[in-house]
Design a protein around this ligand. Structure first.
Ligand code: PLP
Length: 389
């Protein structure tokens, strides 16, 4: 057995990053690592221009018309907090789903405790999908926001966002989607789908570094500032700047992160998002087929469809997920993620909330050989006696 790590945890973060992304970060930060938008000297203006170009790239990537409404944040969690707190007020009702990550569930819980908001969570069907009709039924007269995870980080299923957006639009309620697991795998088109807000993270399939993400807003969406500070303009005014993007950004940007994200987007555009996704889905299907023939393995993700994302969650009867993960790592050099994946309600509904589950998530740099090694390992684990663990 060679010592090469087989990294199958790309749903946590993509690894490795393309060398072009790393090189661009080093080169650009070495040359331009100043404070963008805060100075009138050439370097600051050049850095600000690259930040602006990245907002433009992101607006194009997400099908949004206004680059000023691309807000940089630390990650998807930060973007979701910013959106939820900026859009919801005491007394409001929110609809979300049982597919959500804790980055939605916890802000909602917190607001319910602190500000008395109310929320309801729509369940997913046997195919791992949220039915638009169920969302429609859950919307109340005082519902101010609907939130839906675009792709499940446990099941790999992609939600019918344009249909959900239609029922929201018919009721005049904005739809916020969490694209942490979809952006970079499948297209996201806010304009075409009529989605009001998109939260994204830079370090997963967008191939950027950790510490950068964002929120993209439709031109019509009203949202309030929930954090305040320096924006580099109108400094005499104690009122936080209300023009976008400054309304929702305060303090110095993660410039290195913006450079890396920009290079990640270029990489995806140049190397074809679609081709990468097809390769990933071919690997996940190979994995699904192989695991299906191992009798002790229970696959919890539905059969992968073309438009899903490369995530497969399973358990091995009689073994704790944590132990399966430790054996995969220790004996086979395979990195996966075990546990509840910060999505406890999905696991509760799958019945895997006590022992957790094992998540495989290949990325565009994996190969069929990696999948075959994982299958060999799972085959051997499937033969282990439960008492050996
Ligand atoms: C569906 C989903 N939403 C949100 C997040 C949070 O992303 P980040 O950790 O980059 O904030 C994740 C991360 O795993 C996720 O899978």
């Amino acid at each position: 057995m060679d010592n090469k790590l087989i990294y199958l945890d790309n749903a946590a973060t993509s690894f490795p990053k393309p060398q072009k992304v790393i090189d661009w970060m080093v080169e650009t930060y070495t040359r331009l690592g100043v404070s963008p938008g805060r100075g009138s000297y050439d370097l600051a203006m050049e850095a600000a221009e690259l930040v602006w170009q990245t907002r433009q790239k992101l607006a194009r990537f997400f099908g949004a018309p206004d680059p000023d409404r691309v807000i940089f944040t630390a990650n998807a969690t930060d973007a979701l907090n910013l959106a939820i707190q900026g859009l919801v007020a005491p007394g409001d009702h929110v609809v979300a789903t049982r597919l959500e990550h804790n980055s939605v569930l916890r802000p909602l819980f917190h607001l319910a405790q602190q500000s008395g908001i109310k929320y309801d969570l729509v369940g997913f069907n046997e195919y791992g999908h949220i039915e638009p009709g169920e969302v429609a039924k859950t919307i109340r007269p005082n519902t101010r926001l609907v939130i839906c995870s675009h792709a499940s980080n446990v099941l790999g299923t992609v939600q019918p966002v344009s249909d959900i957006a239609r029922v929201c639009a018919e009721r005049g309620v904005p739809l916020l989607i969490d694209t942490a697991q979809s952006a970079g795998h499948v297209p996201v088109d806010m304009g075409k789908w009529n989605v009001s807000a998109v939260a994204f993270t830079g370090h997963k399939a967008l191939l950027g570094p950790s510490g950068i993400g964002g929120l993209v807003l439709s031109p019509q969406l009203e949202i309030k500032s929930t954090r305040f500070g320096g924006t580099g303009i109108d400094s005499r005014n104690l009122m936080h700047t209300q023009t976008f993007p400054d309304r929702l950004e305060a303090g110095t940007l993660n410039l290195l992160g913006v450079f890396g994200l920009s290079a990640g987007l270029d990489y995806l555009v140049n190397e074809s998002l679609e081709r990468g996704h097809q390769k990933e889905m071919a690997m996940i299907k190979r994995l699904y087929a192989g695991l299906s023939s191992i009798s002790r393995v229970v696959i919890h993700s539905p059969m992968p469809a073309e438009h899903d994302v490369p995530v497969l969650t399973c358990t091995v009867r009689g073994l704790a997920a944590e132990d399966v993960g430790a054996i995969l790592d220790g004996d086979y050099g395979i990195a996966v993620r075990t546990g509840l994946h910060c999505a406890p309600l999905v696991h509760a509904d799958l019945g895997t909330d006590t022992n957790g589950a094992v998540r495989f998530s290949p990325g565009r740099f994996n190969t069929n050989e990696d999948i075959d090694r994982a299958l060999e390992a799972m085959e051997a684990i499937g033969k282990m006696h439960p008492n050996l663990i």
